[in-house]
Each structure stands twice: as structure tokens, then as C-alpha cells.
Design a protein around this ligand. Structure first.
Ligand code: HEC
Ligand code: HEC
Ligand code: HEC
Ligand code: HEC
Ligand code: HEC
Ligand code: HEC
Ligand code: HEC
Ligand code: HEC
Ligand code: HEC
Ligand code: HEC
Ligand code: HEC
Length: 369
């Protein structure tokens, strides 16, 4: 007696606890098997799945039924007698069961980044194994399922003053994310955010709110071979919040929207990475854009009606000129050439807003008024 108890304890430690189907545990096999004169045959009194439905509610009564359930093949997944896996599953774990029939998801599991609920909670965190009213037997409609666990992104999507339509069109969150896992740490569909962004931004678009034109970024990058800083490594989301933002152009910080702007250090997302000194101090040597010590960055930008970085630079990409300087600037619908020419210790620019003028860091240029 004592030996049996010890053996059971040891075995259950080694094997884990066993789940025994209550009708099997009764030892009365005739609940399911046909009685013969010397015991029971393997033949069933009622065939599966109707046998199971004698005691369990139907599993195929919602709109989208899993194929093996539709086929009545309950015992492909469940052992009718006992199992070491909860819910009498015929595999060592829930996920192993699912993956055994879904090689495409099995291959995904080799990716370096797996969405935590897939591993921690298992496939049934989102999919019902039997039947459900939503596409793919998801526990919520496809466009809503993420909000079961990420309500804060719903808040950003719906309540940001500047919205990104990418979250609302077609497949919603799934336009950009893979729910299972991917090469990117935020489970993006592309390893590099830039490739993701350009998969939609490969045409001119119109803004949802005001119909304003948004340029074809893929074309812009194809035509301009010198990408700026973060764009060299494809990281558009250093500056943009992909879900929406309170700032102009869904930026993660402010940036003025017009040709002119009254200067404040806090208005420029650029200073997240660049030194603001040349813009706040009239005399400095920490910028190349100076005539002697006079900071021309300060002169141009730091005013009530200062001009903004966009009038001289393009921080997405430029083509050939140093310092991401543009060949042309736009004033409304008109395009002007900047005519920038670098020299050994400075450069020349214009005529545009003023006659052609120059700067030199060593021997300051005396410009016409
Ligand atoms: C809840 C219903 C149920 C009960 C109770 C039950 N069985 Fe089964 N049994 C089945 C089903 C269903 C199958 C067919 C399994 C399959 O298709 O894989 C089966 C298959 C079998 C088989 C064939 C081999 C195998 O394991 O697939 C044997 C032997 C068997 N049962 C023995 C028993 C004995 C002995 C008892 C009583 C101690 C018993 N069963 C109780 C449902 C039951
Ligand atoms: C594709 C595999 C698969 C098939 C086929 C399948 N099941 Fe299941 N079943 C599961 C999984 C996985 C769970 C555990 C769900 C969980 O933990 O959320 C489960 C849970 C259950 C449960 C316990 C929890 C509940 O939902 O009531 C019952 C009862 C059940 N299944 C009955 C059936 C019956 C009856 C059939 C055949 C009509 C069937 N299953 C077919 C995978 C399957
Ligand atoms: C004679 C009644 C009876 C029949 C027939 C029957 N079951 Fe059950 N089953 C039960 C009872 C009772 C439980 C325990 C209560 C519960 O979880 O609903 C149970 C529990 C289960 C569970 C959950 C086990 C767990 O770990 O929680 C699964 C899965 C299951 N049954 C599958 C099946 C399948 C598949 C069939 C058909 C092959 C079947 N049952 C046939 C009575 C039955
Ligand atoms: C016995 C094999 C088998 C098992 C085990 C199995 N499935 Fe399936 N599943 C299928 C088949 C067959 C289909 C229909 C063909 C297809 O679309 O792949 C399907 C379809 C699906 C679909 C819909 C695919 C689509 O593109 O429409 C999802 C989602 C799914 N299964 C999830 C699961 C989950 C989650 C589990 C584990 C609880 C699981 N499957 C376990 C066989 C299985
Ligand atoms: C966090 C929720 C979630 C979890 C957990 C989850 N899925 Fe999915 N699954 C989805 C969503 C959402 C889709 C729809 C994807 C789409 O349409 O782009 C999907 C699609 C699928 C599809 C069909 C389309 C395809 O990509 O082949 C299968 C099969 C599938 N899942 C199986 C599984 C399996 C197996 C597991 C467990 C290893 C699992 N899922 C875990 C949410 C989830
Ligand atoms: C069942 C709950 C659940 C569902 C449903 C779910 N997630 Fe998650 N997700 C988590 C958990 C848990 C984490 C890890 C904790 C965290 O970082 O929030 C996570 C993490 C993430 C992360 C990484 C977060 C970070 O800061 O690194 C992304 C991206 C993500 N989920 C996207 C999605 C998308 C897209 C969907 C819808 C297809 C979705 N999730 C549905 C539970 C869920
Ligand atoms: C336009 C593509 C795109 C869409 C659509 C999208 N995301 Fe993201 N998501 C991203 C990118 C890119 C990141 C990484 C952001 C970063 O690193 O700053 C991200 C990050 C996340 C994170 C990590 C935490 C965070 O705030 O950075 C979660 C959670 C998340 N997304 C959930 C969702 C949910 C839920 C939806 C649907 C409402 C959704 N995403 C729609 C591109 C997208
Ligand atoms: C699924 C398609 C899709 C993807 C992927 C996508 N976008 Fe968009 N994006 C749009 C659409 C449609 C608009 C125009 C409508 C709107 O948002 O008002 C837009 C608008 C924008 C705008 C202008 C927003 C405004 O309010 O002025 C910016 C900036 C932007 N996207 C950046 C990005 C970045 C960065 C990525 C990559 C993380 C990205 N987009 C990925 C579809 C997409
Ligand atoms: C250094 C910060 C920064 C990075 C990195 C960045 N952007 Fe931008 N982006 C901006 C700013 C600032 C604006 C506002 C430009 C304006 O209105 O002149 C903008 C505007 C946009 C617009 C709207 C264009 C229009 O015609 O109004 C799109 C689309 C866009 N960015 C996509 C991207 C994509 C795709 C990437 C990655 C390849 C990216 N951005 C990387 C700062 C950045
Ligand atoms: C009037 C045109 C003009 C405006 C407006 C302008 N820049 Fe410049 N910027 C230049 C020129 C010209 C250079 C090249 C200086 C040189 O010869 O090295 C430059 C160089 C730079 C450099 C390289 C480091 C340095 O200071 O030499 C950075 C960073 C920079 N600008 C950022 C900005 C930012 C951020 C803004 C807006 C807040 C801005 N610029 C506005 C013309 C301009
Ligand atoms: C996330 C960090 C980051 C932000 C934000 C950022 N930059 Fe840069 N920037 C860099 C890096 C890294 C480089 C160096 C690589 C290169 O030249 O492209 C750089 C280089 C530059 C240069 C050329 C410097 C030189 O010495 O030639 C200019 C001009 C410039 N940035 C302008 C801007 C403007 C304008 C903004 C705001 C719209 C901005 N940057 C925002 C990271 C950033």
C-alpha cells in the first residue's frame, strides 16, 4: 500500500500529473464502448463526434468551424481516455498540437522575435480551437483583437489630433504587424521599418483630414541617393510615431508646418539629436554655417519670422550637395533654385531671398546689403 503511494508520487513527479477523462476513470467502459459477453469491444456505442456530444455542448455551432472539428475528428486532438496534457490533448503541449498541423506557423517560430502571448498563453489566447463567429476563429474581430491586450494603442489611434490612416484602412494593425512573430523586435512585417513605410508610401497620397498632398516617398528616396542619418539605417520611427501623434506629420516631437516660423528651441524635433547652440547663440564656432563667428543659422532661423530648416535642408534624403542641402526650395507652389556652392571654408547661396551672398569661417565675406 505505502509502496504504491510512493510509486504514484514518484511517477507523477517524473511524468507530470495525468488528466483522466471522468467517464474513463469510472472504469465503466460501456459508457462509450459496445458490451460483449467477455467484456467490451473497441467498437463504440455511438460514433465520434456524436458520442462526445452526448455529454458535451456542440463545438461546431459558430460561423467559422475549424476543419478537423467540421470533419468530426475530435480524437485527432483529444485522447478520449487520458493524457499528460491538460484538456486531454494528444501532444506534449497546446502549441505543439497546433504547430504539428500548421507548418507555416511552425517556420515562423524560428524567427528571432516571437510575440509573447504566442509562447506564454498559447495559440488559444487568440484563436478558438473549435469554432467562433470571427474570421480565423479569432476571439475578437481581426481589426479589434489587438485591443484585447493593447488598449493604449486604440487610444492613440482614435484620439490623436493627427491620425495615421494606415491603422484604419484594410487590415488595421495587421497592415504592419505580424501577430505571431518576425525578424523585427516589434513584430513588423518587414525587418526594416523603412521598407514597411515605403510599401504604402510609393504613391502620392491625400491626407484624410484636409486632402493635402503627401509626396511619393519611395520615389523621393530613389531619386535622392544620400539618406539623412536615421534613414541610412531605415529607422523612420526615430522621428515619426507610426500610430498617430499630437504633432504635425505624426512626428514624435514638434516641427513648424510653414515656410516661416517664430523661433523656439522646443519647436524643432531636430534638436533631439543636433546641438541647438548655433540657433540660440548669435556668435559661436560650433557650426559650419557662419561668417567668421556670426552664426548664419541664428541669423536665418532665430527670429519672429524666421525661416525653417525645410527651406535649406531635406532630412529625408538629398542628392549630391553636402550637409543635406537642397537644390530647390518651395514657396507655396513655386520652386526656386538655392544655387548653393561650397568653398574651402564656407559657401555661397542665391540669388533667391536676397542677392548672392557668401560666408567664410576664416576670412568673413563682406556681402552687399
Ligand atoms: C468517453 C468515452 C470512452 C470511454 C469511457 C472509454 N473509451 Fe475507449 N475509446 C473511446 C474512443 C472515442 C476511442 C477511439 C479513439 C480514436 O479514434 O483514436 C476509443 C478507443 C479505445 C481502444 C482502441 C485503442 C486506442 O486506445 O485507441 C481501446 C482498447 C479502448 N478504447 C479501451 C477502453 C477501455 C478498456 C475503457 C474502459 C476502462 C474505455 N476504452 C473507455 C472512447 C472511450
Ligand atoms: C484542432 C484540435 C482540436 C479538435 C479537432 C477538437 N478540439 Fe477540443 N479542444 C482543443 C484544445 C486546444 C482545447 C483547449 C482549449 C483551451 O485551453 O483554451 C480543447 C478543449 C476542449 C474541451 C474542454 C474545454 C471546452 O471548450 O469545453 C472540450 C469538452 C472539447 N475540447 C471537446 C471537443 C470535441 C467534442 C471535439 C470534436 C467535436 C473537439 N474538442 C475537437 C483542441 C481541439
Ligand atoms: C459520458 C459522458 C462523456 C462523454 C461521452 C464524453 N465526455 Fe468528455 N468529459 C465528461 C466529463 C464529465 C468531463 C469533466 C467535466 C468537464 O470538464 O466538462 C469531461 C471533460 C472533457 C474534457 C476536458 C478535460 C480537462 O482537462 O478539463 C475534454 C477535452 C473532453 N471531455 C473531451 C471529450 C471528447 C473528445 C469526447 C468524445 C470522444 C468526450 N469528451 C466524451 C464526460 C464525457
Ligand atoms: C489535425 C490537424 C490540425 C490541428 C492539430 C490544428 N489544425 Fe488548424 N487547421 C487544420 C486544417 C486542415 C485547416 C484548414 C486548412 C488550412 O487553412 O490550413 C486549419 C485551419 C486553421 C486556421 C485557419 C487558417 C486559414 O488560413 O483560414 C487557423 C487560424 C488554425 N487552423 C489554427 C489552429 C490552432 C490555433 C490550432 C491549435 C489549437 C490548430 N489550428 C490545430 C488542421 C489542424
Ligand atoms: C496575439 C493573437 C494571436 C496568437 C497568440 C496566435 N495567433 Fe494566429 N493569427 C492571429 C491573427 C490576428 C491572424 C490574422 C493574420 C493576418 O490576417 O495577417 C492569425 C492568423 C493565423 C493563421 C492563418 C494565417 C497565417 O498566417 O497562416 C494561422 C494558421 C494561425 N494564425 C495559427 C496560429 C497558431 C498555430 C498559433 C500558436 C502557435 C497562433 N496562431 C497564435 C492572432 C494570433
Ligand atoms: C492576449 C493578449 C495579447 C494580444 C491579443 C495581443 N498582444 Fe501584443 N503583446 C502582449 C504581451 C503580453 C506583450 C509583452 C508585454 C508588452 O510589451 O506589452 C505584447 C507585446 C507586443 C508588442 C511589443 C511591445 C513592446 O513594447 O516591445 C507589439 C508590437 C505587439 N504586442 C503587437 C500586437 C498586435 C499588433 C496585436 C494584434 C494582432 C497584439 N499585439 C495582440 C499581449 C497581447
Ligand atoms: C503603419 C504601420 C503600423 C501600424 C498600422 C500599426 N503599427 Fe504598431 N508599430 C509600428 C512600428 C513601426 C512600431 C515600432 C515603433 C518604435 O519603435 O518606435 C510599432 C510599435 C508597436 C507597439 C510597441 C509599443 C509602442 O507604442 O511602440 C505596439 C504595442 C503596437 N505597435 C501595437 C499596434 C496596434 C495594436 C496596432 C493597431 C491599432 C498597430 N500597432 C498598428 C507600426 C505600425
Ligand atoms: C498600410 C499603408 C501605410 C503604411 C504601411 C504606412 N503609411 Fe503612412 N500613410 C498612409 C496613408 C493612407 C496616409 C495618408 C492619409 C492620412 O494619414 O491622413 C499616410 C500618411 C502619412 C504621413 C502624413 C500624416 C499627416 O498627418 O500628415 C506620414 C508622416 C506617414 N504616413 C509616415 C509613415 C511612416 C513613417 C510609415 C512607416 C512606419 C508609414 N507611414 C507607413 C498609409 C501607410
Ligand atoms: C529626422 C526626422 C525624420 C525622419 C528620420 C523621417 N522623417 Fe518623415 N518627416 C519629418 C518631418 C520633420 C516632416 C515634415 C516635413 C514637412 O512638412 O516639410 C516629415 C514628413 C514626412 C511625410 C509627409 C511628406 C509630405 O509630402 O508632406 C512622409 C510621408 C514621411 N515623412 C515619411 C517618412 C519615411 C517613410 C521615413 C523613413 C524612410 C521618414 N519619414 C523619416 C521628419 C523625419
Ligand atoms: C538658410 C539656409 C539654412 C537653414 C534655414 C538651416 N540651415 Fe543648416 N546648414 C545650412 C548650410 C549652408 C550648412 C552648411 C555649413 C557648412 O558650410 O559647413 C548647414 C549645416 C547644418 C548642419 C551641419 C552642422 C553645422 O552646423 O554646420 C546641421 C546639423 C544643420 N545645418 C541643421 C539645421 C537645422 C536643424 C535647421 C533648422 C532648425 C537648419 N539647419 C536650418 C543652411 C541652413
Ligand atoms: C534621430 C536623430 C536625428 C534627428 C532627429 C535629426 N537628425 Fe540630422 N543627422 C543625424 C545623424 C546621425 C546625422 C549624420 C549622418 C548624416 O549626415 O546623414 C545627421 C546629419 C544631419 C545633417 C548633415 C550634417 C553634416 O555635418 O553635414 C543635417 C543638415 C541634418 N542632420 C539636419 C537635420 C534636420 C533639419 C533635422 C530636423 C528636421 C534633423 N537633422 C533631425 C541624426 C538626426
Amino acid at each position: 500500500m505505502i509502496i504504491t503511494v510512493i510509486l504514484t508520487v514518484v511517477l507523477s513527479l517524473v511524468w507530470g500529473s495525468e488528466v483522466i477523462h471522468p467517464p474513463f476513470q469510472t472504469g465503466d467502459c460501456s459508457m462509450c464502448h459496445v458490451k460483449t459477453k467477455d467484456g467490451y469491444s473497441e467498437a463504440l456505442t455511438v460514433k465520434v463526434p456524436d458520442l462526445c456530444y452526448m455529454c458535451h455542448p456542440r463545438k461546431d455551432d459558430k460561423k467559422v468551424v475549424h476543419n478537423p472539428v467540421k470533419a468530426g475528428a475530435c480524437t485527432l486532438c483529444h485522447d478520449p481516455h487520458k493524457s499528460r496534457t491538460p484538456k486531454l490533448l494528444k501532444a506534449d503541449s497546446l502549441n505543439e498540437l497546433c504547430l504539428s498541423c500548421h507548418p507555416s506557423i511552425q517556420r515562423l517560430m524560428a524567427k528571432p522575435n516571437i510575440h509573447p502571448p504566442v509562447k506564454l498563453m498559447g495559440c488559444t489566447a487568440c484563436h478558438d480551437p473549435h469554432s467562433e463567429n470571427n474570421e480565423l476563429r479569432l476571439k475578437m474581430p481581426k481589426k479589434e483583437i489587438c485591443f484585447m491586450c493593447h488598449p493604449q494603442i486604440k487610444d492613440v489611434r482614435d484620439n490623436s489630433p493627427n491620425k495615421h490612416s494606415a491603422l484604419l484602412i484594410r487590415e488595421g494593425c495587421l497592415n504592419c504587424h505580424n501577430p505571431h512573430g518576425s525578424d523585427h523586435p516589434k513584430y513588423l512585417k518587414y525587418a526594416i521599418p523603412k521598407d514597411l513605410c515605403l510599401s504604402c508610401h510609393d504613391k502620392v497620397m491625400a491626407r484624410e483630414e484636409d486632402g493635402k498632398r503627401i509626396k511619393n516617398m519611395a520615389k523621393h528616396f530613389a531619386q535622392n541617393k544620400d539618406p539623412h542619418g536615421p534613414n541610412q539605417w531605415g529607422d523612420c520611427v526615430m522621428c515619426h510615431n507610426p500610430h498617430g501623434s499630437e504633432n504635425y506629420r505624426i512626428l514624435k516631437g514638434s516641427f513648424p508646418s510653414g515656410f516661416y516660423s517664430s523661433f523656439s528651441k522646443d519647436n524643432y524635433i531636430c534638436f533631439m539629436c543636433h546641438d541647438a547652440t548655433p540657433f540660440t547663440q548669435k556668435e559661436t564656432t560650433v557650426t559650419g554655417f557662419r561668417n567668421g563667428k556670426l552664426s548664419l543659422h541664428y541669423i536665418h532661423v532665430n527670429k519672429d519670422k524666421g525661416i525653417t530648416c525645410r527651406d535649406c535642408h531635406d532630412w529625408h534624403a538629398t542628392n549630391g550637395l553636402p550637409h543635406h542641402l537642397k537644390e530647390y526650395t518651395e514657396f507655396g507652389k513655386v520652386k526656386f533654385p538655392l544655387n548653393y556652392t561650397p568653398t574651402k571654408n564656407g559657401g555661397f547661396c542665391g540669388p533667391l531671398c536676397h542677392p548672392r551672398r557668401g560666408y567664410d569661417r576664416v576670412k568673413p565675406v563682406v556681402n552687399p546689403r
